[in-house]
Ligand binder design. Structure first.
Ligand SMILES: [Zn+2]
Length: 341
């Protein structure tokens, strides 16, 4: 009896370990990948750099903004069993590689550790203002960030930063129910991953005279919340979206991508964030998500929608997203290799 139980247990563990290491491939989507490019010499452009999960650098050459700033990416064992904290060395190296020195502001989409944990350290190093929920403010306070470097956002209230106007809009987290609620007091790491409670989710709208961008990290929504907003480009969080049915995906796509009239949709938050950023990004393992189902859905929806394209971003390299063109105004700019789509 005992031997049978042991055999069953080891089979179950083996199955879990196998599924945790079973990462889908990104290869089938390479044709959607934009190539890196620098801003035009005139300086009249906006570039976007994808840095994993929903960490995104946006710059027009004068003002640089960041979402989340999550670089530590602790291992699954540490997240599941131990305490986690920002890794100063990893953060410094990532900022260096991404060419980030000074930032105007960091906007945190919600306070789960894979978004909020490193943000105060990034703010400290770059001089940025930390912007987010009251829970995110408590992550900042717990790291010792001064109060005048923290701003609690108000939903729908536009904030100017250089030539950008950024608006945080209340949204809803993907309904997995883990680590929900608020961080009510300054959170001092090391802490358990579950201590980083969600604290309310935002959809982040970034407007520039050359184009507009919506960063929507978690695959949930509040019906109608984005009505009245326009965005040329939506960076769409697809983490765990593959675990839901087609009807859910369709509602999500309508409420976010179609409502704002996007011309490009760019999947984000698909990567396994328990792996470091300096090895190739891989989608979440099959144990957690069905990445293929989400991507098939996006391919089908964009193929069926004239004027809407699916685009993937390289990791850690800037892509010119909006560019002034003589007589044409702003794009999304077509950087050279998109023309082969
Ligand atoms: Zn989350």
């Amino acid at each position: 009896m005992f031997l049978i139980a042991l055999l069953l247990l080891s089979t179950a563990i083996g199955w879990v370990v196998y599924r945790l290491n079973d990462h889908p491939s990104l290869a089938p989507y390479e044709r959607y990948l934009l190539s890196a490019g620098e801003l035009p010499a005139s300086g009249d452009g906006v570039s976007v750099t994808f840095l994993g999960v929903s960490t995104v650098l946006i710059s027009d050459g004068r003002t640089a903004l960041l979402t989340d700033g999550f670089f530590t990416r602790p291992s699954l064992a540490r997240v599941a069993l131990g305490r986690i904290e920002p890794d100063r060395e990893v953060i410094a190296r990532a900022l260096d590689l991404a060419g980030i020195d000074a930032l105007e502001a960091i906007f945190v989409v919600h306070s789960h550790y894979d978004h909020a944990m490193d943000a105060p350290e990034v703010a400290r190093r770059t001089g940025a203002l930390l912007v987010g929920s009251e829970s995110t403010a408590n992550v900042g306070r717990g790291w010792g960030l001064e109060d005048d470097r923290i701003r609690v956002a108000e939903s729908g209230r536009p904030m100017p930063f250089g030539d950008f106007t950024v608006t945080l809009i209340r949204s809803r987290h993907f309904p997995h129910g883990r680590a929900m609620g608020e961080i009510a007091e300054p959170l001092v790491p090391p802490a358990r991953a579950m201590a980083y409670r969600e604290g309310g989710s935002w959809s982040i709208h970034v407007e520039h005279r050359l184009g507009s961008l919506l960063i929507h990290s978690s695959a949930g929504w509040i019906p109608g919340a984005l009505e009245g907003y326009r965005a040329d480009v939506v960076m769409l969080g697809i983490g765990l979206l593959g675990s839901r049915d087609e009807a859910y995906r369709r509602d999500y796509f309508r409420e976010v991508v179609e409502t704002v009239g996007a011309r490009w949709v760019i999947p984000i938050h698909y990567d396994d964030f328990t792996r470091p950023l300096d090895v190739p990004l891989l989608p979440l393992p099959a144990f957690f998500d069905d990445f293929g189902a989400s991507m098939r859905f996006l391919v089908e929806r964009t193929e069926a929608s004239p004027g809407l394209e699916l685009v993937m971003l390289p990791v850690g390299e800037p892509v010119v997203m909006f560019e002034a063109r003589a007589g044409v105004g702003s794009a999304p700019a077509r950087v050279s290799n998109l023309d082969r789509l």
